[in-house]
Ligand binder design. Sequence first.
Ligand code: GLP
Length: 258
Amino acid sequence: MRIVILPTKQEVSAFAAEAIAAVINKKSNAVLGLATGGTPLSTYEGLINKHQQGTLSFNKVRTFNLDEYVGLLPTHPQSYRQFMNKQLFNHIDINIQNTHIPECLNSDYEGCSSNYETLISEHGGIDIQLLGLGSNGHIGFNEPTSSLSSKTRIKTLTKKTIENNSRFFDATEFQPSLAITMGIGTILKSKKIILIATGENKKDAVADMIEGSVAAFSPASALQLHSDVVVVLDKLAASKLKLYDYYIQTEQSRKKLN
Ligand code: GLP
């Protein structure tokens, strides 16, 4: 696991945008795994800027989002489909038909879930998966105790996740407690993974993910099993890491080698 600690949230976002752009510039028909939440917003801004400056094209790119609420139509303002359209897809030259969200508009949840897995495989798998981190250690909507080999399926959200995400909903608005999410096993099949986390409220989950045991109680700790993961943190999110200085030193050595 490569650990990159940067002074600010802005630098974390810029690093992630560069990493994603590098994959697309190497492979114009790259398959991206995308995330929602507050953390990736500036990364998406960075990608939009690159597109507007003419240095990045998404016209052959395909995307698969990690998750979606169950019970919200794709037209609902709080759906992750609307989030992605608004924050990224409407501002770049991507073919919207090539953007996939694990929507399930009927009650055949098993069918929707297995179709999503099949679709990802049919397109050759995910070249780079962008992840945020829940303050309870979740990735996608894989809540603590999710099987580390889980596939796309329906998950019940924890009280903490519902509270954390309530900021996106009006007080009187229906907030779903179920979601469809790629599994941890699905995420681990991605060729590359970049996880970004910023802010003090992520420091416990970050420490468990990087320096704790691999455990279903800390879903992100499963990333320790992947051979090409970069975790990009600001100083606050990294502040509980025991080997903080070592990670800084390792990145300095990497720069000298390059
Ligand atoms: C949601 C998403 C996750 C995201 C998490 C953290 O629960 N399903 O993919 O990583 O929120 O969100 P934030 O970046 O807003 O802290």
